[in-house]
Design a binder for this molecule. Structure first.
Ligand code: NAD
Length: 491
């Protein structure tokens, strides 16, 4: 067992200890992974004040070009410390090394470079010639200025990716940030502090504070009057509380919330690809991914074959040491989350589900018996109004339903208060396009899943969120837009 990591708050360019600490267990083993210093209300005051000083001082005096160069340097520094980041991410989250080393740490780093590149591209100037009432000419143009000090609040499901997904656009458009990672997975966000120091960022541009939500660092931060806008990813219920906090002082919010995503498998699809793609979207990250699939609607003629194929994929998952490259599925993030998911498993059975596979806790080998493991699970036969069909579970599970035609599939897929992601599988392009264009979801894939180009818009319909992040769309939230009207032809 390696020694537990000390996770301190990073405020005004230096790491600080707190009087109060809490422990984070390794979800795979339940051994101690990290001892975390919890930020007090005074620490949050200090972090917000440091962010304000940096905003008013060195950060705004620096050219955008120099700011973007620092971001690219931070990206390179994370990659040069990749092994350290991988070890910390696995210890906190239990994610398998294959995904952490190939996707999570590289993308976590590259988001800094990507948004530096996106923000440095010149945007089309918006100009209008206007006539004044007394017949003179006026010239209108727009200016964008940073929003100010941004509070960024992250979930635990993809810790480094979430941290830089919030930081990168904020920094790219000239803001300063106080970031609060999830209390369950704080290590890699905290490690970013040293990266920003080493890259040469002025003190206070990025601050990382640790703690919980209500009555702790999260609430202290979102209620702080020095915060200009709040960028939040997490549960829809938490998003509601955050929106209420933001109402005081009329602060802007960007909310990336829950989902109950549907996959539609049509009878003319490439069945092997549809099965493999759907399995990835259900079981990847043990189902703890906002874009994951929990509802599957399949043309009746291929339904049995599809269910049998998905079952094979579920039963082929390799659960075990996350540090082994043979492992394909890690544990859930915590015992608390496993209890919530198991409650949904019990609920599904109580609602009449037939369990195709899974449904419980797997038997694990010696070192992992205390971990938060759960079986990949497939149900059929649930009523469409059942809780297991309506509510986000955030575990490795899905419900599969046969449908008679495309319109029925569209209607069922859209019958949700969420609208984050959707997937359609068919070899008939016009048919795919017709179906996908009818779906109420912010991110849709045809014949694929989880292909993410950082330049594209990202966000949800309905209770899946407000606003669009991604690419130049993130500029809307991270800047204030000013209209300047100059009257020409003065007498
Ligand atoms: P959560 O809402 O419980 O917590 C998220 C963060 O909010 C944590 O840092 C937590 O400490 C903080 N928080 C909690 N209560 C708060 C309060 N009252 N004030 C301020 N901060 C508070 O979410 P989670 O369990 O960490 O993450 C899972 C959820 O995140 C799922 O619903 C998932 O769908 C969602 N998610 C959405 C996206 C997306 O892009 N739409 C991406 C990833 C995860």
């Amino acid at each position: 067992m390696t020694a537990a990591r000390q996770v301190k708050n990073f405020i005004d360019g230096e790491y600080r200890e707190s009087a109060s600490t809490f422990e984070v267990p390794n979800p795979a083993t339940h051994d101690l992974a990290a001892i975390v210093h919890e930020a007090s209300a005074d620490d949050i005051d200090d972090a917000v004040a440091a962010a304000r000083r940096a905003l008013d001082g060195p950060w705004s005096r620096m050219s955008a070009e120099n700011r973007h160069d620092l971001m690219r340097k931070a990206c390179d520094l994370i990659l040069s410390r990749k092994d350290e980041f991988i070890a910390a991410e696995i210890a906190d989250s239990g994610h398998p090394i294959a995904a952490v080393s190939a996707i999570e740490i590289p993308r976590g780093a590259q988001q800094l470079r990507a948004f530096a590149d996106i923000a440095s591209r010149p945007s089309e100037p918006e100009t209008f010639d206007t006539q004044t009432p007394d017949g003179r000419q006026a010239y209108n143009y727009s200016q964008r200025v940073p929003k100010g000090v941004i509070a960024a609040i992250c979930p635990w499901n993809l810790p480094l990716i979430m941290a830089t997904w919030k930081l990168a656009p904020a920094l790219a458009w000239g803001n300063t940030v106080v970031l609060k990672p999830s209390e369950e997975t704080p290590s890699t966000a905290s490690m970013l502090g040293q990266v920003f120091v080493d890259a040469g960022f002025p003190a206070g541009v990025v601050n990382v504070v640790n703690g919980f939500g209500a009555e702790s660092a999260g609430e202290f931060l979102t209620c702080h009057p020095g915060i200009n806008a709040i960028n939040f990813t997490g549960e829809t219920t938490t998003g509601t509380a955050i929106m209420q906090a933001a109402a005081v002082g009329i602060r802007d919010v960007s909310l990336e919330l829950g989902g109950k995503n549907a996959a539609i498998i049509l009878d003319d699809c490439n069945l092997d690809a549809a099965i493999a793609g759907t399995a990835a979207s259900v079981f990847y990250n043990s189902g703890q991914i906002c874009l994951g699939t929990e509802r599957v609607y399949v043309s009746r003629s291929i339904y049995d074959e599809f269910v049998a194929g998905l079952k094979r994929c579920a039963e082929g998952q390799v659960l075990g040491d996350p540090r082994s490259s043979a492992t394909t599925m890690g544990p859930l993030v915590s015992h608390e989350h496993r209890e919530k998911v198991l409650q949904c498993y019990r609920q599904a059975e109580a609602e009449g589900a037939e369990v195709v596979t899974g449904g419980g806790v797997p038997e694990m080998e010696h070192d992992f018996v205390r971990g938060a493991w759960i079986e990949p699970t497939i149900w059929i036969g649930l009523p469409e109004d059942g809780l297991a069909v309506k509510e986000e579970i955030f575990g490795p599970c899905c419900h599969v339903v046969p449908v008679d035609d495309d319109d029925a599939a569209i209607a069922l897929a859209n019958d949700s208060r969420y609208g984050l992601a959707a997937t359609v599988w068919s070899t008939d392009t016009p048919r795919c396009r017709r179906v996908v264009e009818e779906l109420n979801a912010g991110v849709c894939w045809i014949n694929g899943w989880m292909i993410r180009d950082l330049r594209t818009p990202f966000g949800g319909f309905g209770e899946s969120g407000i606003g669009r992040e991604g690419g130049a769309h993130a500029m809307e939230f991270h800047t204030e837009l000013k209209n300047i009207c100059q009257v020409m032809d003065l007498p």
